[in-house]
Design a binder for this molecule. Sequence first.
Ligand code: GDP
Length: 195
Amino acid sequence: MAVNFNRVEFIRSAASPKDFVRDGLAQLAFAGRSNVGKSSVINRLVNRKNFARVGASPGKTSQINYFCLDEKIYLVDLPGYGYAKVSKAERDRWGNLMEAYFASGLISWGVMIVDARHKPTGDDVTMAKWFHDTGCPLTVVANKLDKLKKSEIVPNMQVIRETLDLLETDELVPFSAEKGEGKEQLLRLLSGAVE
Ligand code: GDP
């Protein structure tokens, strides 16, 4: 079914499982390391400048933000991970919230943002495993493509695929939130999550 990604509405933030949205609409869960450009990717997809907050401060990251797209599907912005300067308490809050969300059965489709320039981190590998454990389709977005030379694209995509142990069915989309490359491909894929 076609989804108009320009029709987007903020629903709410959840800091604990009691606030999770459970109304039966499919949920696209977006995850990524802090600073990988997750907010920028979301803003590019919905054609807004500051919808998902770019450069959100680390203290405000332990919450899940729900947006509804075209009244058909949720875009779920999961808190970023891997930020070096967070306290243990903050990390624990993040872990508890994520564990509850991944165990909730609410994820319909995983979207993981990684950096196209680098080998995925240990945290990225763990996140891919969490998505695989849910049994949902997973799409990996290799962001900041504009920072790669043409000759680096194919080998870097191979390293990302191997390191994250992606399944043949997992799509890997080279993307630039800055330039817009990959946007149409990603929109097409994610529209497939709506029955
Ligand atoms: P988040 O913490 O994952 O939400 O990351 P942000 O969206 O706040 O982006 C982190 C930084 O990366 C910002 O300075 C963005 O301008 C920059 N950035 C995000 N996407 C791209 C991209 O595709 N290309 C380039 N060159 N920079 C990007």
